[in-house]
Design a protein around this ligand. Structure first.
Ligand SMILES: *Cc1c(COP(=O)(O)O)cnc(C)c1O
Length: 333
């Protein structure tokens, strides 16, 4: 069987998940009639410690409807310049919401400096878009930002009248790495988005959690952008398993990534950045040659500088041994 290290989005639903999907009770969720979607949304709200939650097809849509729910046309959101909500969502907030992003660089520790955030908040003046929202992300490039940081960002935002949205696509990884609950991190933001389709192993979907009023607004935007799904309980059933069965096992992904980082880092010509969660960043001279060498041995990876190797539900400790073995034969060539 091939070992796919491109991303934690490549996981396939487990047999138990497929069974739950097949057996899911469904209804028309646009009417609010799908009991399984409703159950997932209640579970997500509870897990994240929020009043309400909304099931959406993707993390991109989750972030988009969150930004549109927080901001009006002509408002601004402050965001890291390599954040997903700025760089990797096709400009959705600007294109579809007329909400202007104000990017600032991430610090080396993947936080946004609150001084730099303060410096881009513009006075009330006819020249300027008005900042409404601070968009944070955790994890960023597999790196964790601390609960303390998020708490200080929350206090800062409250002082400046900004709402906080946390793009927690990999919030389960961020919480696991710090030995805290997802709800602890979620408590530092007004709204939080969590991908069910990454390390948590669902085939499709994300949840957006927050105050009932904002979630209701996000639900209207979700319909507008085409995310109102009908008998979505078949997908939500997988999401429920992701939240109930797959959060605790994220620690295995981290252990596997740590082992992979250690094994690769010991090889001549391989440089590995410190591993915090489920991502290993590897610098080698000839990433394309390594990718071909891997491919010939049933290992799928993306070339890059650094290369990003991601562990997940479908990569076990034995697979890690195989990858390290393949890398060893590469260095011995
Ligand atoms: C994956 C990801 C998203 C959303 O991704 P989708 O592919 O749209 O589900 C959002 N933010 C971050 C940080 C991500 O890694």
């Amino acid at each position: 069987m091939s070992i796919d290290l491109r991303s934690d989005t490549v996981t396939k639903p487990t047999a138990a998940m497929r069974q739950a999907m097949a057996a899911a009770e469904v209804g028309d969720d646009v009417f609010g009639d799908d009991p399984t979607v409703n159950r997932l949304q209640e579970l997500a709200a509870e897990t994240l410690g929020k009043e309400a939650a909304l099931f959406v097809p993707s993390g991109t849509q989750s972030n988009l409807v969150a930004i549109l729910a927080h901001c009006q046309r002509g408002d601004e959101y402050i965001v890291g310049d390599t954040a997903h909500t700025y760089r990797y969502e096709a400009g959705g907030a600007a294109v579809l919401g007329s909400v202007q992003p104000q990017p600032i660089p991430f610090e080396p520790d993947h936080t946004l400096s609150l001084d730099k955030v303060a410096a881009v908040i513009k006075p009330f003046d006819p020249h300027f878009a008005q900042a409404r929202l601070l968009c944070l992300e955790n994890t960023v490039h597999g790196q964790v930002t601390s609960l303390d940081y998020h708490r200080s960002a929350q206090a800062f935002a409250q002082e400046r009248g900004l709402a906080v949205h946390l793009d927690g696509a990999r919030l389960a990884n961020a919480a696991t790495a710090q030995g805290i609950k997802m709800a602890d991190l979620a408590a530092t933001a007004d709204t939080v988005s969590l991908c069910l389709s990454k390390g948590l192993g669902a085939p499709v979907g994300s949840v957006l959690a927050g105050p009932a009023e904002i979630v209701a607004e996000a639900r209207r935007w979700r319909k507008m952008v085409g995310g109102g799904m009908r008998q979505a309980g078949v997908l939500a059933a997988a999401g429920i398993m992701a939240l109930t069965e797959h959060v605790d096992r994220i620690a295995d992904d981290h252990a596997n990534a740590a082992a992979l980082g250690e094994g690769l880092g010991a090889l001549e010509g391989f440089e590995v950045a410190p591993v915090q969660t489920n991502m290993v960043f590897l610098t080698v001279d000839q990433p394309e040659a390594l990718v071909s060498h891997f491919a010939a041995r049933g290992i799928v990876a993306l070339a890059g500088s650094p290369m990003r190797l991601v562990t997940h539900l479908d990569v076990d400790a034995e697979a890690i041994e195989r990858v390290i073995g393949a890398a060893t034969t590469f260095t011995n060539q």
